[in-house]
Structures are given as structure tokens and as C-alpha cells.
Design a binder for this molecule. Structure first.
Ligand code: SAH
Ligand code: DHB
Ligand code: MG
Length: 223
């Protein structure tokens, strides 16, 4: 058996047992696929991890950067109380439309808001509204801007907030300090910021599974 078949089988076992998808999650992926969106959503067990992290945080507010069809958004929003709020930022208007439909079908229309545009334009607008600090920020958009997104996350959170950055392995490219790949450079800059910033403590973890070899970084915001 190939490594990747084994990772798939183990992910399937974990997800079927511990993070089964209900109709709304399955429909979100089915419609995303029918609408031609790429298959780059988090896996079910990763979605459940995000949901657990939000619950452990006691999160009332979540900010997501990179919506796609709203699959990770559904996992995260389900961790929130009825009066919670999730803002998710998406560059592509078609992705945002698909996501809004998927969120509505999941009954999450009231507490979620999909904002269309380049996140680096949406973030200053959001900050101008002086929202209450976000308890969790999930960064999963264009990797070249990862460090900028961590900086914005710092502005939009407070002590105790959690920042999660997806896809930090870049097929191993993340170890190359001379990489010309903007995604690698952006991800290394984000990790460097987490390492050095006096208001962040963090780590990064590699994963294998149905999404191949990848990983995420976690950072807690200090006072
Ligand atoms: N979080 C989703 C996957 C997001 S994929 C999930 O796990 O289900 C990354 C998304 O980020 C894509 O939809 C892409 O259109 C969007 N994106 C890319 N560049 C962006 C930018 N500059 N601002 C906002 N969104 C961006
Ligand atoms: C890609 C983006 C993601 O957010 C992800 O989880 C996997 C792949 C991509 O752009 O290829
Ligand atoms: Mg991702």
C-alpha cells in the first residue's frame, strides 16, 4: 500500500468515527464541486479540530481569511453561540456566492458574514468598524500574504485569542530560506513573526492525511 493510500484510509477511519459529516457539510462539498471550486477545503477531521479549538477558546467571534465554499466556515460557525459572529473574507465573488448558499443551508446565515474582496482591503475596513476582538482567527487564503494576515490578526484580537495558519509545509519548501516561491516566503515570514513577536507564542505541526503532507501553525495572543 502506498503511503498516501494509508494516510487516506486512516483519515477515513478517524473522520467516519469522530467527525462524520452531516447533510449540510456533505451538500456544501457537493455544491462546491458542482460549481467548479477546487478541492482545497480542510478535511473533516481538520474541520472538527478547528471546531474543537473554537469551543476550547469559548469563542464568540471568529475571523476566517479564505472562505472558498464555506466548508471550514461551517465547522467553525457551529462552535459559536446563537449570538456569536463569524466574518469570513473571500477574494472570489463566485466562491463567496457558493459559500453563502452553503452557510444558509446549514442554518448559519444569521451568525456568518461573507465579505468579498482582497483580504488586505477587507481587513482595514473591518478594523475601522472597531469590532469586538476575535477569539479565533483562521488564516487560509493566499499564502504569500500570510505574515500580513498574522499582523492583521494581532490588531483584531486580544489576549487569549488563537491564530491558526493552514498549509504551512508547502511540500517541504518551508525549510528553504532562499525559496523564490511567494507562498513559501509568506509562510516563512508568518512563522518568523510568530517566533519573534513579543505578543505571540506559537508552534507548528506537520500532518499527513487525505490532504497529503501538510501542517498548521498555532499562535496564542498574549496581553
Ligand atoms: N478555508 C477553506 C479553504 C480556503 S481555500 C476551507 O478549508 O474550506 C483559499 C481561498 O482563499 C480561495 O477561495 C481563494 O479564492 C481565497 N483567496 C485567495 N486570495 C485571497 C485574497 N487575497 N483575499 C481573500 N481571499 C483570497
Ligand atoms: C491550497 C490552498 C489551501 O488552503 C489548502 O488547504 C490546500 C491547497 C492551494 O492553493 O493549492
Ligand atoms: Mg488551507
Amino acid at each position: 500500500m502506498s503511503d498516501s493510500q494509508l494516510w487516506d484510509d486512516v483519515d477515513s477511519y478517524f473522520s467516519t468515527l469522530l467527525s462524520p459529516e452531516d447533510d449540510a457539510l456533505q451538500a456544501a462539498l457537493r455544491d462546491s464541486d458542482a460549481e467548479g471550486l477546487p478541492h482545497i477545503n480542510v478535511a473533516p477531521n481538520q474541520g472538527k479540530l478547528l471546531q474543537l479549538l473554537a469551543r476550547i477558546q469559548g469563542a464568540r467571534t471568529v475571523l476566517e481569511i479564505g472562505t472558498l465554499g464555506g466548508y471550514s466556515t461551517i465547522w467553525l460557525a457551529r462552535a459559536l453561540p446563537e449570538d456569536g459572529r463569524l466574518v469570513t473574507l473571500e477574494f472570489d465573488a463566485h466562491h463567496a456566492d457558493v459559500a453563502r448558499r452553503n452557510l444558509a443551508r446549514a442554518g448559519l446565515e444569521r451568525i456568518t458574514e461573507v465579505r468579498v474582496g482582497p483580504a488586505l482591503e477587507s481587513l482595514p475596513k473591518l478594523a475601522d468598524e472597531n469590532p469586538p476582538p476575535f477569539d479565533l482567527v483562521f488564516i487560509d487564503a493566499d499564502k504569500a500574504n500570510n505574515a500580513h494576515y498574522v499582523e492583521w490578526a494581532l490588531k483584531l484580537t486580544s489576549a487569549g485569542s488563537l491564530i491558526v495558519v493552514d498549509n504551512v509545509v508547502r511540500e517541504g519548501g518551508v525549510v528553504d530560506p532562499d525559496s523564490a516561491d511567494p507562498s513559501v516566503r509568506g509562510t516563512r515570514a508568518a512563522l518568523q513573526l510568530i517566533a519573534e513577536h513579543p505578543r505571540l507564542e506559537g508552534t507548528a505541526v506537520q500532518t499527513v492525511g487525505s490532504k497529503g503532507h501538510d501542517g498548521f501553525a498555532l499562535a496564542r495572543v498574549l496581553g
